[in-house]
Design a protein around this ligand. Structure first.
Ligand SMILES: C[S@@+](CC[C@H](N)C(=O)[O-])C[C@H]1O[C@@H](n2cnc3c(N)ncnc32)[C@H](O)[C@@H]1O
Length: 248
């Protein structure tokens, strides 16, 4: 259950997971057969950094979904500020029950959230939403060595996603789910720090000063510090892989 302390840490951040506009643009550029104004579904959009980059660069129509209303409101505010509000619509929905017609989209996008459903499970469940020849772009947690050569601290850090695997493992699952692998690349470490872990670290001292005596806050602050520290120490061992796929 996510509490006030969690949302205090996870609010007013540029984005809600690792990523950057350069990587979003690079993945979009790999979709060389998109129509001129593609229909793109951004799943678990958070505050919408990648949604807006896709709207700006694709010239298409974005549908962006998330469960958390404050993120949808912030993303809509940013869309107005960016001057693209009429090409982006925001819908409160769960990634596990997407309320759209079969074949409604040219591309599905999901940065930093598919692991909550499971990579292969989500790819299979979402496939019906794609037009023939449609694309999928997702970022997926990745181990840079096999699990047996991965530091135990990293595996413990991903205990909630025991399916976390290597590049080869991710690509094998995509093929198993009957997609072509167009290409893949790891997010650079800067994409973890600049708009995500850096801003989180910057807000922790003030939250501790204001709420540190509250046990729920103290626990959430410690969890956030541990998560950031894990990446600082082991960015050579794990990361996120951007994977671009196409319907086989
Ligand atoms: C790690 S964040 C990534 C957000 C965004 N893509 C980004 O990179 O900034 C995960 C997002 O998933 C959303 N989320 C969690 N469970 C969800 C669900 N079942 N359906 C839709 N969104 C969900 C959260 O509200 C959050 O915005």
């Amino acid at each position: 259950m996510l509490d006030d302390a969690f949302w205090a840490i996870h609010s007013d951040l540029p984005r809600e997971g690792p990523g950057d506009n350069a990587s979003t643009a690079r993945a979009l550029d790999l979709m060389t057969d998109l129509p001129r104004a593609p229909a793109i579904l951004d799943i678990a959009c958070g505050p919408g950094m990648q949604t807006l980059e896709l709207a700006r660069r694709s010239g298409g129509h974005l549908t962006a979904i998330d469960l958390h209303m404050p993120f949808l409101a912030e993303a809509a505010r940013r869309a107005r500020a960016a001057g693209v509000p009429d090409r982006v619509r925001f819908v409160r929905a769960s990634m596990t029950a997407l309320p759209f017609a079969d074949g409604a989209f040219d591309a599905l996008w999901c940065e930093g959230a598919l692991y909550m459903m499971g990579f292969a499970e989500g790819l299979q469940a979402w496939k019906r939403l794609l037009k023939p020849g449609g694309y999928v772009a997702v970022t997926e947690p990745v181990l840079f060595q096999p699990p047996e050569e991965t530091p135990p601290e990293v595996l413990a850090g991903w205990a909630e996603y025991p399916a976390v695997t290597t590049v080869a493992g991710i690509l094998a699952r995509a093929t198993w789910a009957r997609y072509w692998v167009v290409d893949h690349f790891p997010l650079p470490p800067s994409a973890w720090w600049h708009d995500y872990y850096g801003p989180i670290e910057a807000k922790l001292p003030a939250l501790r000063a204001a709420h540190g005596a509250d046990r729920a806050y103290a626990r959430r602050i410690a969890e956030a510090e541990d998560e950031v520290d894990l990446y600082r120490r082991y960015s050579h061992a794990f990361g996120y892989l951007f994977v671009v796929l196409r319907l086989a």
